[in-house]
Design a protein around this ligand. Structure first.
Ligand code: NSS
Length: 433
């Protein structure tokens, strides 16, 4: 009789029983009389022990052909073993090779990052990468649950757009039939602003594109962003929403992906400290602090990665920097009535050198001021006509923010370079695999 097909994760339920496992060989060691395989099936890895005199001849011969990442079917008995990382081990009675794997490129030795990225389709199978993907999956689920539980409505925004969302110098464009140039969305924000007037509390969550010529560890050309937008919310309320949101997401990763975080050797005590409220500092005060610490920054310039690290140095929690100069920020941010040189906005900087993970703002809701800003930036007025309509027909105070998924996953996992936080990273110099 065929034994039950099960997965590594569910072995506990089958202790002492005969089972069948399907997976890939991640480790291999044989003495001629006894062989040990690491069998990885996507839910975990278990050691399989095969004694030559306890399996049939065909199974033992199959072992001779085995190499890393061969796919196999293993039948055997589940034995409890406290020394095994999963708590269980399989004593095999039969092994069948489903797909051989000759000269698998990634071997258990040091490989350069370029080599690994060229083999990203295979590199994804390895322990560190699967742990990061599992944390990412949980972060995405937590993001959706947070907004669902608070009655936000998901409104997906278009990827092909006619308007510039953030800045004119970082656009990917493509020909669009008879209509001229279409741009790949840098943000869904302008569209969720329209949706907020329809539904109150909304968010979009999808891929966004930036043709930024930045070869840093924090820039992808394609990244995922979640963007909530809330009617009748001001900048202060927006920051409260952000600190609740970040604390919820980090809490969920700790609750449900602790094993993976430990596998990644993440210091989880650093994450356990992430609870509201987070400290706030105005841009103007931040510049004073930076100057005191020797930075050459001048009031008016956006903060660089190094400035962000200096500001968060020695802090346990993320830090809000609010009310930036308007020339440093996008056209849609609301002029600060208390200081019109600045706008009602904030960045949220993650600790431990991870830097900006959120950019948010209250939106300019005054028709004349918004039009003036569009003109000042030299943006094509015609394509923003619909956006101005939101200020023509029942304008309303509203705020929102954008959280970069990969930067957040990088911070939570303790992985500094974004190339490991998305399955198939798109960088300036990389379009395959
Ligand atoms: O440009 S942002 O600061 N803000 C916006 O796009 C707003 N329209 C969001 C909004 O208010 N709805 O980008 C937001 C976040 C930023 O803090 C980063 O975490 C992330 O998006 N981001 C990136 N991640 C990876 N790679 C690149 N190139 C990148 N650019 C921004």
């Amino acid at each position: 009789m065929e034994s039950t097909i099960t997965s590594v994760r569910d072995l506990a339920a089958h202790a002492g029983c005969e089972v069948t496992l399907l997976g890939w060989v991640s480790q291999l060691r044989s003495s001629g009389k006894i062989a040990f395989l690491g069998l990885r099936d996507g839910t975990g890895t278990v050691q399989v022990v095969m004694a030559r005199n306890e399996v049939d001849g065909a199974s033992w011969d199959a072992i001779a052909d085995l190499s890393y990442e061969s796919s196999v079917r293993v039948e055997g008995t589940v034995r409890q073993d406290d020394r095994a990382p999963s708590g269980y081990e399989i004593t095999a009675s039969a092994v069948e090779v489903i797909g051989p794997s000759n000269e698998y490129p990634i071997q258990p030795k040091e490989h350069g990052v370029d080599f690994l990225l060229n083999n990203r389709h295979l590199w994804l199978r390895h322990d560190r990468q699967t742990a990061i993907m599992r944390v990412r999956d949980e972060v995405v689920k937590a993001i959706r649950d947070f907004f669902y539980e608070r009655d936000f409505v998901l409104v997906d925004s278009p990827i092909l757009t006619g308007a510039i969302g953030e800045s004119a110098d970082a656009l990917f464009s493509t020909e669009y039939f008879d209509l001229g140039t279409a741009y790949l969305a840098q943000t869904g924000q302008l569209y969720v602003e329209a949706a907020a007037a329809a539904l109150g509390k909304v968010y979009c969550f999808g891929p966004t594109f930036r043709a930024e010529k930045s070869k840093t560890r924090r820039h992808l050309t394609e990244f995922w962003m979640v963007e909530p937008e809330v009617a009748w919310l001001d900048s202060e309320g927006n920051m409260q929403l952000q600190e609740d949101f970040i604390s919820y997401v980090v809490g969920r990763a700790l609750e449900r992906r602790r094993d993976e975080l430990e596998q990644l050797e993440r210091d989880v005590t650093r994450l356990e400290a992430i609870t509201p409220p987070f400290d706030r500092i105005s841009y103007t005060d931040a510049v004073s602090v930076l100057k005191e610490r020797g930075s050459a920054i001048e009031w008016g310039a956006d903060l660089g990665a190094e400035d962000e690290t200096v500001l968060t140095d020695g802090r346990d929690k993320p830090l809000f920097v609010y009310d930036y100069p308007r020339e440093a920020k996008a056209f849609y941010m609301k002029e600060n009535p208390d200081d019109p040189r600045t706008v009602k906005c904030n960045d949220l900087l993650a600790p431990e050198g991870y830097g900006e993970i959120i950019g948010g703002s209250q939106r300019e809701d005054d028709y004349d001021r918004l039009l003036a800003r569009i003109r000042e930036e030299g943006l094509p007025e015609k394509v923003y006509d619909w956006y101005l309509d939101l200020r023509r027909y029942g304008t309303f105070p509203h705020s929102g923010f954008g959280l970069g998924l990969e930067r957040t996953v990088g911070w939570i996992c303790g992985v500094p370079h974004l190339r490991e936080t998305i399955a198939f990273p798109r960088l300036m110099s990389r379009l395959t695999p």
